[in-house]
Unconditional design. Structure first.
Length: 181
């Protein structure tokens, strides 16, 4: 191990202590890869701009999905796409809320009462649009990543705990521990 590797290893030990980092965070299992990308895309569509990557990293640890793809998926909302994503999310949320009678009555009841009401109405529209578009984008990411993994030839392989449950099958009676010797 060279000097740089030892230094980075010590840094990781200091940051995480002696806690075991789950293998699923770095695993190339198809479910972990697809889940990480979906999580990142969903978080990327939420209005949590300075905290996208932090939220995705914490959620990846709890959901045990691929951490690098979760962080990469957050970058669907970058400085070039951010305005357009939030604009269409607001418009979608506003259109949905106008069709719901209770929300429409609340919005029309408080037409121009002040800045706070405009902020509340706008944030509610943005939140509804973000949840809908984030869910749709995550579903598309799940389908797209499945297609890419299938084209690359990545297949489902059983996890180690699944392999332990399966008995060893052999046709040679000499290898069978139940056979008399």
């Amino acid at each position: 191990m060279n000097h740089h590797q030892r230094r980075s290893h010590r840094l990781l030990i200091r940051l995480f202590g002696r806690h075991r980092i789950p293998k699923e965070l770095w695993d190339f299992h198809p479910r972990s890869l697809r889940g990480g990308l979906c999580l990142g895309v969903f978080v990327g569509f939420t209005p949590t701009i300075p905290f996208h990557m932090i939220i995705a990293a914490i959620a990846a640890v709890f959901l045990r999905v691929n951490l690098p793809l979760a962080l990469l998926g957050c970058w669907v909302s970058n400085p070039l796409t951010l305005y357009h994503i939030y604009r269409y999310e607001y418009l979608l949320g506003h259109a949905i809320l106008e069709r719901i009678p209770a929300a429409s009555a609340w919005i029309s009841f408080h037409p121009d009462e002040g800045t706070l009401d405009k902020i509340l109405t706008g944030s509610l529209s943005l939140t509804v649009g973000c949840l809908l578009m984030g869910t749709a984008a995550a579903a598309l990411a799940w389908l797209f990543s499945g297609l890419i993994l299938r084209l690359l030839g990545v297949t489902h392989h059983p996890r180690p705990e699944q392999q332990a449950e399966q008995p060893l099958k052999t046709s040679d009676p000499a290898c069978d521990i139940r056979s008399p010797r």
